[in-house]
Ligand binder design. Sequence first.
Ligand SMILES: Cc1cc2nc3c(=O)[nH]c(=O)nc-3n(C[C@H](O)[C@H](O)[C@H](O)COP(=O)(O)O)c2cc1C
Length: 358
Amino acid sequence: MSAGPATPPIRTRLTELTGIRYPIVQTGMGFVAGARLTAATSKAGGLGIIGSATMTLDELKAAVRDVRERTGAPFGVNLRADAPDAAERIELVIAEGVKVASFALAPRREHIARLKEAGLVVIPSVGARRHAEKVAEWGADAVVVQGGEGGGHTGPIPTSLLIPQVVSCVDIPVVAAGGFFDGRGLVAALAYGAEGIAMGTRFLLTSDSPVADAVKQVYLSKTLTDTVVTTSVDGVPHRVLRTPLIDALERSGPAGRLVRAVRSAAAFRGLSGLTWREMLREGAAMRHGSELTWSQVLMAANTPMLLRAAMVDGNSDLGVMAAGQVVGVIDDLPSCAELINRVMAQAHECLCRLRDQT
Ligand SMILES: Cc1cc2nc3c(=O)[nH]c(=O)nc-3n(C[C@H](O)[C@H](O)[C@H](O)COP(=O)(O)O)c2cc1C
């Protein structure tokens, strides 16, 4: 173990709950937040979270053990509440002694109850006030609240309005997400009454992230207006980099989308090892109960493969690259330790400046 980071901590209910030094969360991101990124974040004093939605059960177990070998610091696992094997995943996380569980979509009440009974800290991610109120009522310990500028699945309300609104409505600690990248943002989030920040895109763009270098360069070249929220990938609003593939999907009518979805499903079926039946079942589970067209069901089933094509295989033409608008103000690839120390140092400077001004 190293002597530990030099920057002084900032204590909040989030750091107390989870036992971390700094109120900074690296969120669970499919194909991005594996053992290496998670361990690097937690080792640097933040809360690393494994993105398990795109892992098999065995891969998840291996990733948890890998993180534990790399660091003794607390870390979490991000789960998909609507995964067909969600209950099994929850038991695995409990059996492996993971400290924090997070959820991509609002969890079910019984998921929270089981995890709490086993002594885990439960921190779901939400994008709307009513969902924050619901998970608070169901016993969640804290909630990550993501504003519309955030990457991946996202809502319409900007962080600057959603965070103060939710902070006023729930008593549990709120962790602000969507658009954060530096110490000024951390102080702004604390000023709104949040108790920490969660960042996705910023951690994707670190030297500890496993994303292919060519794909990181694509992200680094983007400006503040180069992302788009589209429902054409999997039927729900998803903030991604604007690429020719996304433009083509957006332009296609229902028939064009179906053709494209079938073609894409055929191409990816081999890669994923899924049968058509499994693929459709997987797509339907993702959308649980909502009214979907066939092309949307197919695209939903394809989504992991589309993300994988970019994130793992480095194919930015074929793949979908989830990204927050914040991508437009990021221009380097620090290590997680450098990033966290930088954010904390800037936050302390900012707090001193504000103190001097009052
Ligand atoms: C590439 C990528 C993949 C993501 N995958 C997931 C996921 O699997 N589960 C989840 O809860 N959120 C996921 N998200 C959302 C992030 O966890 C996080 O809430 C979001 O990135 C915050 O906004 P920011 O990008 O502005 O920091 C993903 C985001 C990105 C950029």
